[in-house]
Design a protein around this ligand. Structure first.
Ligand code: MN3
Length: 193
């Protein structure tokens, strides 16, 4: 079984003006496709791993019986595939506030506004390329942090709930070096909160 690029659940221009159509098209059809292709390439030597989901591969990353170079390729490209697959589903037309999630956020961080502030700081201060995350950790507690590159919280035994891509490819066409402006626009594209 080969991994495949998931369809976007909306059109490339659906997140305008917050995220522009050209960025969405390149991000999805070139960057995400590249992670999928390179993940498939990394798994060519390992037929036993080819039927496992990308989430499963990342959760088991450190115990996979693979060469170290291939482990790094699975970390980077499997992470890229899983992270973006989640990312697309988080955005879209605003839905009614998810009371379950909001309630958990309130008990963990005080209120949704405080959560947004902490998450924004994690996204703003990630040096270089990476992601900001809201995760459920191994004790079922919510945590906010960032990871470098395409590193997935799944490799730490955590379940990602909300992820924000802060690679320049996610915003450079519209926002250039102004990552903070992109992050603030992204909150408007997030459908959950
Ligand atoms: Mn990206």
């Amino acid at each position: 079984m080969k991994h495949e690029l998931p369809k976007l659940p909306y059109s490339y221009d659906a997140l305008e003006p917050h995220i522009d159509a050209q960025t969405m098209e390149i991000h999805h059809s070139k960057h995400h496709q590249g992670y999928v292709d390179n993940l498939n390439k990394a798994l060519e030597k390992y037929p036993g791993l080819q039927s496992r989901s990308v989430e499963d591969l990342l959760s088991a990353l450190h115990s996979l019986k693979v060469e170290e170079g291939d482990r790094a390729a699975i970390q980077n490209n499997g992470g890229g595939h899983a992270n973006h697959s989640l990312f697309w589903t988080l955005m879209g037309a605003k839905k009614e506030l998810d009371r379950g999630l909001a309630g958990e956020i309130e008990s963990a961080f005080g209120d949704v506004a405080k959560f947004k502030e902490l998450f924004t700081t994690a996204a703003t201060t990630r040096f270089g390329s990476g992601w900001a995350w809201l995760v459920k950790d191994e004790n079922n507690k919510l945590q906010i942090y960032s990871t470098a590159n395409q590193d997935s919280p799944l490799t730490l035994g955590h379940t990602p709930l909300i992820g924000l891509d802060v690679w320049e490819h996610a915003y450079y066409l519209k926002y250039q070096n102004k990552r903070a402006d992109y992050i603030s626009a992204w909150w408007s594209a997030l459908k959950l909160l």
